[in-house]
Write a protein that binds this ligand. Structure first.
Ligand code: UDP
Length: 383
């Protein structure tokens, strides 16, 4: 029996580790799963546990009001010591403080680390901050690197990380495809309303309005940059009254402070609380355009063929741009306004950007990762 500890704490981490946890749960004869939540996004995880049908067995509850990133890291590291004890493998995902400390705690105990979504790079350590540096450090520690794309694997190679690098796609697509299939079934059976939790009437989405889905939370753009984006959205929404802009606001109070004063009284903009994952996927499926600085949304948009305007100066997911689905527009008011307006007016451009692509995987990443983990154990590899 091998003890595998999964360390997660934020919404995107749980969405992305869930398919692998579910795949491992089918092998109770060989794996003893230890599911550790650091609690970084505690309030956003509950609906995900319900949807994916498992829960953490250890909750570290590390969040305190107004903590600095170094306090978060120190806090998690200290508490992980006990939680990861006796693990044969620790699995972390992405580039958060949780993923970094999970890897570091494992390293200090000489426990092997598997890293999901390895090799993403912007090559600018301050953008995204602090994630670019955190994921670089994890790559140095991990002994199994699961790169979502060939480009990510090449990035690792350039840092001399060549062994045990596997190109497997991104597990976010496993979760998305599975959820969209379930939504399609619910729709067929007229059961949607039992599962969808919108803070307004479903029919508002169905009044032939073009739906624009917006998310924005990056630390580097807090404040003035968020205000610029909000002003651009307001201008476009006033010029195109046939649009419905849905904007689930990230719980970070600084995001709300910048955006609310500008957008709260716009009749065709819905500023709402974060949506549970199923409802979010439902809106995503219906969306005409995505405007976002979220990493996960760039991947999901690409898979569903949704034209995506990226509110960032750089992206570690160039594949979405190469596939033709996404464009980097930054956060300057005029740039966002011009690019958003162009996508609404230029049918040719819209059609070019709306072709689905499997550049981030086919929905079978968890299975591919599980096979490599089984091989790792059967070869009795050590660090
Ligand atoms: N998401 C969600 N509800 C929302 C907004 C996003 O369930 O209101 C999901 C979305 O499907 C995606 C993930 O959360 O998979 C993205 O999370 P976030 O933008 O917080 O982080 P990032 O992807 O930038 O790391």
């Amino acid at each position: 029996m091998k003890k595998i500890s999964f360390v997660f704490g934020t919404r995107p981490e749980l969405i992305k580790v869930a398919p692998l946890i579910k795949a491992c749960q089918k092998h109770v004869d060989i794996f003893n799963l230890n599911l550790i939540s650091t609690g970084q996004h505690k309030e956003l995880l509950n609906n995900l546990y319900k949807w994916f049908d498992f829960e953490a067995n250890i909750n570290l509850e590390i969040m305190q009001f107004n903590q600095s990133p170094s306090q978060v890291i120190a806090n998690i590291l200290q508490k992980l010591d006990e939680a990861i004890k006796d693990s044969d493998l620790i699995i972390v995902q992405g580039d958060t403080a949780t993923a970094y400390t999970g890897a570091m705690a494992g390293f200090l105990h000489k426990i092997p680390i598997a890293h999901l979504e390895a090799g993403l790079r912007t090559n600018n350590i301050y953008n995204p901050f602090p994630e670019e540096m955190l994921r670089r450090q994890i790559s140095q520690i991990a002994c199994l690197n699961f790169a979502p794309t060939e480009t990510a694997a090449q990035n690792l190679k350039q840092e001399n990380i060549k062994e045990n690098v596997f190109v497997v796609g991104n597990t976010v697509i496993d979760s998305l495809k599975d959820t969209i299939d379930k939504l399609d079934n619910l729709e067929k059976n007229n059961q949607l309303t039992e599962f969808i939790n919108l803070p307004f009437e479903l029919k508002e989405l169905e009044q032939k309005k073009k739906l624009i889905l917006i998310t924005m939370h990056r630390r580097e753009s807090l404040g003035e940059e968020h205000k610029q984006v909000a002003r651009a959205l307001k201008r476009v929404s006033q010029e195109h009254t046939n649009l419905l802009l849905i904007f689930p606001i990230h719980p970070n109070p600084s995001v709300r402070e910048a955006i609310e004063p500008i957008l709260q009284n716009c009749p065709n903009i819905k500023l709402i609380e974060p949506l549970d994952y199923i409802t979010f996927c439902f809106v995503l499926k219906k969306a005409h355009i995505l405007i976002t600085d979220s990493g996960g949304l760039q991947e999901e948009g690409c898979s569903l063929g949704k034209p995506t305007l990226i509110l960032r100066k750089t992206t570690e997911r160039p594949e979405a741009i190469e596939a033709g689905n996404a464009k980097l527009v930054g956060t300057n008011e005029e740039d966002v306004y011009i690019n958003f307006s162009a996508l609404l007016k230029d049918k040719e451009l819209y059609s070019q950007m709306s072709k689905p692509s499997n550049t981030f995987g086919n929905g079978n990443s968890a299975e591919l990762i599980l096979n490599e983990i089984k091989k790792f154990f059967s070869n009795n590899l050590t660090i």
